[in-house]
Write a new protein. Structure first.
Length: 271
């Protein structure tokens, strides 16, 4: 609520969200105290009402409020009430999304892709991980997320593309005749994000596409041409977030590098 401290107008929903966030924190503290101190939870906050004396402004279709000073006149009194609701009421009216996995990538890991204020807006609607943001996009809710958080949809799409781009940790070769008389050499690529919505990324070596024989989230098996066992490999779901790696399996030797040395995120252009 830095805007209030500077006597600047803030969006009404930001004010309500800030109050709600602090109420959530207070509730969590009471619950933890009851659990850790072995004390009975003898009270709880059920309803809260507040009167806010403020100036109400309308800018670009958004209601904004600015706290009134003691000497101000012609101010508006906003009466805001928070009341308790039950879990069945929440489940009846809310869209069911998967619970966050503790091992999932936090939005904080996106670095400069999202400003701190933008991350706070997403966290304010329960989106704290990359997987949750991807789930909402997959369910066609990106537009709603954009409107609620005032983040452009194209920025959300761009952030997701970079956050979920293919990552390569190791490239090795293997032989496979699959019961036929012809011995084939294949490339085994290990990494992360190698499957999106059940579809592997587009893979090219030396600028030519390579067929994907098998794919999972952490492994893809490629069937390259005779001249595609060394060079630059590119993997992409979206040209804005391409991953490029250099490798050499031309001697069919076991060859692998750490992902930090091997993987270079592309920007959609030639690197």
């Amino acid at each position: 609520m830095s805007g209030f401290g500077n006597n600047q107008a803030v969006a009404l929903e930001d004010f309500i969200q800030a109050v709600q966030s602090q109420l959530d924190t207070a509730q969590t503290r009471m619950s933890l105290k009851a659990q850790n101190d072995k004390l009975p939870l003898t009270f709880a906050i059920r309803d809260i009402a507040m009167d806010l004396k403020a100036h109400v402004e309308l800018a670009d279709g958004e209601v904004r409020i600015r706290p009134a000073q003691p000497q101000d006149k012609d101010t508006t009194v906003l009466r805001i009430g928070f009341t308790a609701i039950t879990k069945p009421m929440i489940e009846e009216n809310a869209i069911q999304l998967a619970v966050d996995d503790d091992q999932d990538v936090s939005l904080d890991s996106l670095g400069d892709d999202l400003a701190p204020d933008e991350r706070r807006r997403l966290e304010g609607i329960g989106v704290r991980t990359v997987a949750k943001l991807e789930e909402m996009r997959r369910r066609g809710l990106a537009g709603s997320v954009g409107r609620i958080t005032r983040l452009p949809v194209d920025k959300l799409e761009s952030v997701l593309s970079r956050a979920t781009r293919p990552m390569v940790d190791d490239v090795s070769s293997e032989s496979d005749n699959s019961g036929s008389s012809e011995l084939r050499q294949r490339l085994r690529v290990r990494g992360r994000n190698l499957l999106r919505d059940g579809v592997p990324p587009r893979v090219a070596i030396g600028g030519r596409e390579v067929g994907v024989v098998q794919a999972s989230d952490d492994l893809i098996l490629l069937e390259p041409g005779p001249d595609q066992f060394a060079g630059q490999m590119s993997l992409e779901y979206d040209p804005r977030a391409r991953t490029e790696v250099w490798f050499d399996q031309s001697q069919l030797s076991s060859f692998g590098m750490a992902g930090a040395d091997m993987t270079r995120p592309g920007n959609g252009g030639t690197q």
